[in-house]
Design a protein around this ligand. Sequence first.
Ligand SMILES: Nc1nc2c(ncn2[C@@H]2O[C@H](COP(=O)(O)OP(=O)(O)O)[C@@H](O)[C@H]2O)c(=O)[nH]1
Ligand SMILES: [Mg+2]
Length: 373
Amino acid sequence: CVTLLALQQSPIDQVAWDQTQILNPWQYVGFATLPNQVHRKNGEERCLGCIFLSVGESGLGKSTLINSLFLTDLYKDRKVPNAQERIDQTVNTIKHTISIEEKGIKVRLTVIDTPGFGDAVNNTESWNPIEDYIDQQFEQYFRDESGLNRSNIQDNRVHCCLYFISPLGHGLRPLDVACMKALHNKVNIVPVVAKADSLTQAEVHRKKMKIREEIEQFGINIYQFPECDSDEDEDFKKQDQILKDSTPFAVIGSNVQVESKGRKFRGRVYPWGVVEVENSAHSDFLLLRNMLVRTHMQDLKDVTGETHYENYRAQCIQNMTRMVVQQKKCRWVESGCRESEKLLHMFSKKRNVDAETRASYIFILPSGSSKPV
Ligand SMILES: Nc1nc2c(ncn2[C@@H]2O[C@H](COP(=O)(O)OP(=O)(O)O)[C@@H](O)[C@H]2O)c(=O)[nH]1
Ligand SMILES: [Mg+2]
């Protein structure tokens, strides 16, 4: 017998906005493993936090998946817009922040939602607000870094973009290609196939192959998992390979807890059976969560700082240098103009003097002669 328990009645719902949350042991995300990934600096732990961006058209299950990934209810107060409101709405960025504590490890988690993306009839450049948001965070960091108080910079740079691909259709849509290409040099893109429970196993396999082919064909740079060290044990290498082969992750989300055969789990109930969100035979959800939280969170942050931010910084410095050179050129031309004006003035003055002198010569010449000597 399957019983549906609304999430509101479950302990998972004991989440307050921007408050520290203590999770039950059976609701274990894996943040406790984070210190292993974090390098210690002068014996002090760096602040643990990660910023995720979720991008994809409405209704693909973004909010549900985010809640399932972090066992929270980040979207408690949300209001789903109706069709007219969606027509009027432009792409927006909304920030949700929550602090989670797990086994004494505190993590500040931020998710940037992008409602309105892909909803318009004409979606040309609808990724601009998302791109601008990422740039603004880089700009703020660049300003802070160039300021006086460099030791207390609040890092709001986006570390990972979960890009949701529709399970319907064949591979990527033109909007997916254009958006990912606009963002791929600014953020780590992790593509996911949404609502994988609407596909059979063979369809999931075919879709993943097609998406991987298209990603390569269109030159999209998605997040590349770091190479495994050669001295790692075989089991670790095998897990790493499974992770790499699973891209794009086929995921299922659910906001409800299902109880079946004395077991409680997040899942979806259908007339023909139950889908378990955290069952690796049903979806890549666990692989994705382990990757984001337990194994690769620090690498996502490192790539953001060392590659994407460095590119932005280099571009900024190049633009600034170009501006300074241009300003110098302008000043040089201006001063050159002033110099030549001065010279012209001098020459014309001299010419006037010459003319006056010539006139005086004519004046003193004996009568009959018209040429000055
Ligand atoms: N079949 C299926 N439905 C899902 C899944 N995730 C979410 N949904 C449903 O899809 C609808 C839209 O979900 P929502 O999270 O609001 O989508 P968003 O607009 O992308 O944030 C809701 O009715 C969810 O219950 C999933 O993995 N599979
Ligand atoms: Mg949503």
